[in-house]
Design a protein around this ligand. Structure first.
Ligand SMILES: [Zn+2]
Length: 336
């Protein structure tokens, strides 16, 4: 597999040696580790060199070093910085890696994602010590909620915030294969130069039976983004990565997304509600028209809408006019 930009070979990471049972096979009796923050040693054990896939070990001072190719990786603001060489900014005067931007002030909050995309409804009801990777974690504001449910959480991004456990690029996630039970990627794919590579990476770091849960911009206005993706595009990306799609849904109000942000009225709740009401009216008209002309039930799921899971007209219509597409897909268990 090659990168869309240039002809780098994607890193092939060695298996981690950690053999956790698949999510669905984990019962309460398997859980013997204390629930809480994943320890720094656990994290170091699964970190891998983004250039060659080698293990990363402590070196002089706070620095880290790749056992494979010998590249040195600094800690920046206290966290391992495993950005690929092409993304490291080095201070020409001092020869040191510059600290990535602190995005705490303007990071989109994890709390916002939690609510806007209904993350909780996509998760197993209990964390049961399952390990979660937040891909492009921003301020990782959803961490507290996930921990409260019993998940162990690690997050990475290309920028630093107090919620960052390590710095890395989603196109070359610097962790070993099969390291996590769940990967969460909220509103990240549209900002990536090659989302198909990143989805492959997310699939790689999942254990068999693990879940990729996420959302991506579709009809949102441009916001520093490259690729906004339809539900068919999302389905293709996930399936190409060997994942099985089981949830596709449209999220948020189109009217509010398109016009709400343009009016200098702040984020008033009544505007969200007004936007949602206009959306509902238009959706009702489309549904009536569809039912009348097709003589089909709008709530009957079928396989006619370009997704591999059956969608009803109502679900499809929501996806057609969705500011964001929410998805969940599973990495298959290994054949017995
Ligand atoms: Zn290396």
């Amino acid at each position: 597999m090659t990168f869309g930009h240039g002809a780098h070979e994607i890193c092939s990471f060695p298996p981690s040696g950690r053999n956790r049972s698949a999510v669905q096979d984990m019962s309460a009796s398997d859980v013997d580790t204390e629930i809480g923050q994943v320890g720094a040693r656990d994290l170091l054990a699964r970190l891998r060199c983004p250039e060659c896939g080698g293990r990363v070990v402590p070196a002089a001072g706070e620095a880290l070093e790749c056992e494979g190719c010998g590249r040195a990786y600094p800690r920046v603001r206290g966290v391992p910085c495993l950005l690929p060489e092409s993304m490291l900014r080095v201070d020409p005067e001092r020869g040191e890696v510059e600290a990535p931007e602190d995005i705490t002030e303007h990071a989109t909050g994890g709390e916002y994602h939690w609510n806007a995309y209904g993350i909780e409804s996509l998760l197993p009801t209990s964390g049961a010590d399952r390990e979660v990777l937040l891909v492009g974690c921003g301020d990782a504001g959803e961490r507290a909620r996930l921990r409260g449910m019993g998940f162990r959480v690690e997050g990475f991004d290309i920028h630093w915030s107090p919620g960052t456990d390590f710095l890395g690029d989603a196109h070359r996630i610097p962790v070993a294969d099969e390291s996590y039970d769940i990967a969460i990627s909220m509103q990240v794919l549209e900002h990536l130069h090659s989302p198909w590579i990143a989805v492959g990476e997310m699939a790689r770091v999942l254990r068999p039976g693990g879940w990729l849960i996420g959302s991506v911009a579709f009809l949102k206005p441009y916001h520093g983004s490259y690729f906004h993706i339809t539900h068919e595009g999302v389905t293709h990306l996930l399936e190409e990565a060997g994942l099985e799609v089981d949830v596709l849904r449209g999220a948020q109000s189109l009217t509010y997304s398109l016009y709400g942000g343009l009016l200098p009225l702040g984020k008033a709740e009544w505007r969200r509600k007004a936007g949602a009401a206009i959306d509902r009216l238009l959706a009702w008209l489309r549904t009536r028209y569809w039912e009348t002309t097709r003589h089909l039930d709008a709530d009957e799921p079928g396989d006619r809408f370009g997704a591999t899971i059956p969608l009803s007209f109502r679900t499809f219509d929501k996806l057609r006019f969705a500011p964001a597409v929410v998805f969940r897909a599973r990495k298959p268990l290994r054949p017995a």
